[in-house]
Write a protein that binds this ligand. Structure first.
Ligand SMILES: Nc1nc2c(ncn2[C@@H]2O[C@H](COP(=O)(O)OP(=O)(O)OP(=O)(O)O)[C@@H](O)[C@H]2O)c(=O)[nH]1
Length: 186
């Protein structure tokens, strides 16, 4: 078991999907969120879901956004990191169902070797900040950026002591943003 919590980030607008993707059924589970929670729960010291409201009727331990007006992963991270003290937090986008234990193990290994405050996967094409191991000490920076309207996680990573962990494959980090990607994943 990893000695830190996992947070499934699930409070976005899903504008490209056209409906709330965190509530879409997935592989025999009531929702994609349930699918992610059931496979990740056994791996972590605790599991939480980051949203704007309790759309799961009390089923998960929620970390609600303090900022309700604007939507962005920075808004989510700001409340998530503030929730914890002196720990790494594995943050995964709800729409990334192909990330496996071995990928998280690689991030944790890099954290132990470098003591960086953000460990982010990078494949040959791009980096994946919504599958990252973040230290709770980044909360004030995330909060400042969210309040300033700086919503790109790249800005946080530039200012943090971030380390990129290299992976050969792109597929595990795929996000389901559009209906055709969801259909293909089913
Ligand atoms: N808690 C929380 N999560 C968010 C917020 N904005 C986005 N997310 C989540 O962050 C992840 C990536 O979000 P985006 O790709 O920016 O947005 P999205 O809602 O997934 O989809 P689009 O509206 O199509 O861009 C998704 O898992 C979202 O659910 C927010 O304001 N609060």
């Amino acid at each position: 078991m990893f000695p830190f919590p996992c947070v499934i980030i699930a409070g976005g607008k899903s504008s490209r999907m056209g409906q709330d993707k965190s509530l879409l059924p997935f592989h025999g589970h009531a929702t994609l969120t349930h699918y992610q929670a059931s496979r990740l729960l056994p791996l972590f010291s605790s599991l939480h879901v980051s949203t704007k409201t309790d759309k799961f009727n009390g089923e998960f331990s929620l970390i609600l956004d303090t900022e309700q007006e604007s939507f962005s992963p920075m808004v989510a991270l700001s409340s998530v990191l503030e929730h914890f003290t002196d720990t790494y937090v594995f943050c995964l986008s709800v729409d990334a169902p192909f990330v496996e234990k071995k990928h998280i193990e690689a991030l944790w290994k890099a954290a132990q070797a470098t003591h960086a405050n953000a460990l982010i996967p990078r494949d040959p094409h791009t980096r994946h900040p919504l599958c990252g191991l973040y230290h709770s000490s980044l909360a004030p920076l995330a909060n400042t950026l969210a309040c300033q309207g700086d919503h790109k996680l790249g800005i946080l990573l530039e200012r943090a002591n971030a380390v990129y962990v290299e992976f050969d494959e792109t597929a595990p980090f795929t996000n389901l943003n559009h209906p055709h990607e969801y259909e293909a994943a089913l």
